[in-house]
Design a binder for this molecule. Structure first.
Ligand SMILES: [Fe+2]
Ligand SMILES: [Fe+2]
Length: 287
């Protein structure tokens, strides 16, 4: 007699800075394509150069998407949205309202201060004409059974500090970006929670604590996505690694703003439980 068919879930890195397989394009950005029995989802859209090309190459049908989630408003996570909408048409897009803020990054180049626009590159109205049906959430939110968005993440750790280079326009003035819109996706599986981060601007450890608090579960099967560890001081990085090691994390597959310095440190600490989430990388889990 045939055994009962297992309910599987598959997560494919669609956009990322590096290409791990022989196929696909790399770009500064992040996007993950999630296949479940309850439907397919897209978490972030990259910056717009690779999402469609990689979806075709990796055989992920953007027309099949049930919902889209944006982790925050930075261009490297939201810039691919029009390209996806042109293929998909009408679809729910879950975001925090601050996703639409104007944002800049101030960086020193050859001793000179340079400002760069890094916010969402398209207006809400334009995205709506392409089919986006924005659904706004501030707080932890169950989208459907076993699929959650974190909502705003309380800042609790002392060592995770805001990135000093990043600003957002609020109440008519540019000030330090506090990223209330930074949210992550949680998938509850038989093996534990799978957490997908966008850029982890709230602080990776703050996010993990928030997820544990909200779900009442502390076993992580996998943590994927951008960790922002690349932009922390060495001390902050070591504090973050210490905290990660004290938690129940089976696999850690980082991408994007993790950077090589932090990725190598994580590999040293987590050994075979570590992997780098490049374009085309797949995680398959029983649900
Ligand atoms: Fe990013
Ligand atoms: Fe970001």
């Amino acid at each position: 007699m045939m055994g009962k068919k297992k309910r599987m879930m598959k997560i494919t890195i669609l956009c990322e800075n590096t290409v791990g397989k022989l196929i696909g394009f790399g770009e500064h950005g992040f996007s993950a394509f999630i296949e479940t029995e309850g439907g397919n989802f897209l978490f972030d859209t990259g910056s717009g150069h690779s999402v469609v090309a990689n979806s075709l190459t990796l055989n992920k049908d953007l027309r099949s998407l049930k919902k889209i989630f944006l982790s925050h408003g930075h261009y490297d996570h939201s810039g691919g949205l029009p390209e996806v909408l042109k293929i998909k048409g009408q679809v729910d897009v879950h975001v925090h309202p601050h996703v639409f803020l104007d944002r800049i990054a101030v960086q020193k180049e050859n001793g000179e201060e340079k400002k760069r626009y890094v916010g969402i590159p398209y207006k809400r109205g334009y995205l709506e004409t392409l089919g986006a049906n924005f659904i706004l959430n501030h707080t932890f939110f169950e989208i459907e059974k076993g699929v959650y968005l974190t909502g705003e993440v309380p800042r609790k750790t002392s060592f995770e500090k805001p990135d000093q280079r990043l600003f957002a326009e609020m109440d008519g003035k540019m000030s330090q970006d506090i990223f209330l819109d930074d949210q992550s996706l949680i998938l509850d599986t038989k093996k534990g929670l799978v957490l997908i981060l966008g850029c982890a601007h709230s602080g990776m450890i703050n996010i993990l604590h928030h997820v544990i608090h909200k779900t009442g579960k502390d076993k992580f099967h996998a943590i994927l996505g951008g960790t922002h560890l690349d932009f922390l001081t060495q001390e902050q990085l070591e504090e973050s690694i210490k905290a990660l090691k004290s938690m129940k994390i089976e696999k850690i597959g980082v991408s994007h703003c993790t950077g090589m310095r932090a990725a190598f440190r994580l590999h040293q600490e987590f050994g075979d439980r570590f992997f780098y989430g490049s374009v085309g990388n797949v995680l398959e889990i029983e649900r």
